[in-house]
Write a protein that binds this ligand. Structure first.
Ligand code: BGC
Length: 542
């Protein structure tokens, strides 16, 4: 944050991700749509019952053959009829804005669908004017792929195209040919696309797979990953992605996108790169625009490590410090590509992580259903839809289980649709749903609502400095959020045992604002508070 300037809406905002296929069906076809989203806008903002988030990021709604559920686009300037029309999209933006809610589009820049007219032209001949819009190479002798690059979705990143005998590059499915971002016309075209949506009033873009947009000019082989364990690691991890991902030129793509949105007010750009802290800071440093922040997916890496306060404390302290006061960190517990957080950790620990997420300095993202404690749903093989699933026999990459219909009520199909939904509804929907949880002050929904209430009401919780604190127990991750006027404290007990902590900090007595155990009172005696297993507590100070 720039302390001397008024914060922008996106700085330290809470952004809610909608996966449109699964949010709300309005026309009885078993698939969510834009009218469905419009009918649910009060859920987010504008009524006393609203959650109180700042923006919606909507996963792709462009026309698409849906081999990758919208991440394979055939027209960047229209809406897929399954979801609605441009007019309905305009209505969505207008209705959201009426409520003070921002709309963020998903911008798929790395690749198109194989059915996009650009690719259809490009593949016609080696001399077609669109040929260089994609990345082509001759196969090696014997028809082998041009190099050892792998697709994230499995197999080689090259597919031979019979029309010319050359191979095209695809970092994801063969249905998703990679665009060539070294080509000026591609860059110009995306400037137009960005303009098209900004004119329609959208407030920002989540830029998909930006890390893959530029590859090594010499197409060198990636080095072997000597730590790779077959059958345990994802097949994609067999090589270190030194030449096919996160090339220095990617910053140029990010800057171009930010530059293109400069003439519009307060447009937020968040880019997708799975990188470690060092590389993340390079992205922050390389981008010259204040309205950009890279996603930080490092919590997903922490999730794979042993559950311990020390691991979270060390990462968050380091990250917050490296990002510094002039920029904004981001945090994510889940999205449409990862196992839901509740499935990883169970309810009690997920509550602790929710309290952490919503009290950290940074722009944070909530994946639909996280706020009611939705979990992954086991999908029988014959009902699987994810295009990645058909290519890889590796269950950990299948993404259908975290994409199931939103659970609104205990009505038929959880209130998502009147007909059988495209993916099965979770069996727990009679209990885990918005309607039931709204009536239960102990619920996950209530916890989110309360934390969002505090975050919106307090300058310190939203914009304040992050201050690492020392707890008595090493199992407790302790920090505060501070402005010159107020300070809030957070204690997170990572152990599954009772822990006693001091209630007096620098002569100030802490007062409990909210606990992840909700209404079950916390016991505090004089100057000591007793934290229960995996309990997270938010305190004010007098
Ligand atoms: C999206 C995925 C998608 C991939 C290819 C990702 O980063 O989040 O869902 O499959 O890009 O577009």
């Amino acid at each position: 944050m720039f302390w001397f300037q008024r914060p922008k809406w996106y700085e330290n905002a809470v952004i809610y991700q909608i996966y449109p296929w699964s949010f709300q069906d309005s026309n009885g076809d078993g698939i969510g749509d834009l009218e469905g989203i419009i009918s649910r806008l009060d859920y987010f903002r504008g009524s006393p019952h609203s959650l109180g988030v700042d923006a919606l990021w909507i996963s792709p709604v462009y026309p698409s053959p849906m081999k990758d559920f919208g991440y394979d686009v055939t027209d960047y300037c229209d809406i897929d009829p399954r979801f609605g029309t441009l007019e309905i999209f305009d209505k969505l933006v207008a209705e959201a804005h009426k409520r003070g809610l921002k709309i963020i589009m998903d911008l798929v820049v790395n690749h198109t669908s194989r059915e996009h007219p650009w690719f259809q032209e490009a593949r016609m001949s080696k001399t077609n004017p669109k040929r260089d819009w994609y990345v082509w190479k001759d196969p090696l002798p014997g028809g082998l792929p041009p190099n050892n690059w792998l697709a994230v979705s499995g197999g080689s990143a090259w597919t031979p195209d019979p029309s010319t005998g050359q191979c095209y590059l695809h970092h994801f499915l063969p249905h998703q040919p990679d665009l060539n971002w070294r080509n000026d016309e591609v860059r110009k075209e995306f400037k137009k696309i960005i303009d098209f949506w900004l004119k329609r009033g959208v407030d920002g873009f989540r830029v998909d797979a930006v890390a893959h947009t530029v590859e090594d000019k010499r197409f060198r082989d990636d080095p072997v990953n000597t730590h790779f364990v077959k059958g345990v690691d994802l097949p994609y991890d067999e090589y270190l992605h030194m030449y096919d991902e996160n090339q220095p030129e990617v910053i140029g793509v990010i800057n171009l996108i930010c530059e293109s949105s400069k003439k519009y007010r307060d447009i937020f750009i968040v880019t997708e790169s799975y990188v470690d802290l060092t590389q993340l800071i390079k992205i922050y440093d390389g981008c010259t625009y204040r309205n950009h922040t890279p996603f930080n997916f490092n919590l997903f890496e922490l999730f794979k490590k042993p559950w311990s306060a020390e691991i979270y404390r060390a990462f968050i302290n380091a990250f917050d410090k490296l990002v510094g006061p002039k920029r904004v960190p981001t945090y994510v517990l889940g999205n449409h590509d990862h196992r839901r957080v509740l499935t990883r950790f169970g309810e009690t620990r997920t509550r602790l992580l929710a309290l952490m997420l919503l009290t950290l300095r940074g722009t944070v993202f909530v994946y639909y259903g996280e706020e009611i404690g939705m979990k992954n749903v086991e999908i029988p093989k014959h009902k699987m839809k994810d295009g990645f699933a058909t290519l890889i026999e590796n269950p950990s990459i299948l993404r259908d289980p975290e994409r199931t219909p939103m659970q609104w009520s205990d009505d038929l199909n959880a209130g998502f649709s009147e007909v059988e939904p495209w993916l099965p509804v979770s069996e727990d929907y009679a209990k885990v749903n918005v309607k039931t949880e709204r009536a239960n002050p102990e619920s996950m929904f209530y916890l989110y609502k309360m934390l969002l209430y505090y975050r919106n009401a307090s300058e310190a919780l939203r914009y304040g400095e992050y201050v690492p604190r020392n707890a008595k127990s090493s199992d407790v991750f302790f920090y505060s959020r501070k402005t010159s006027k107020e300070e809030w404290f957070v204690m997170l007990n990572f152990s599954n045992e009772i822990v006693n902590e001091e209630l007096v900090v620098e002569g100030r007595k802490l007062q409990i604002a909210c606990s992840t155990y909700m209404n079950t009172p916390l016991s505090s005696k004089e100057n000591t508070v007793t934290l229960r297993p995996y309990e997270g507590v938010l305190f004010t100070s007098s």
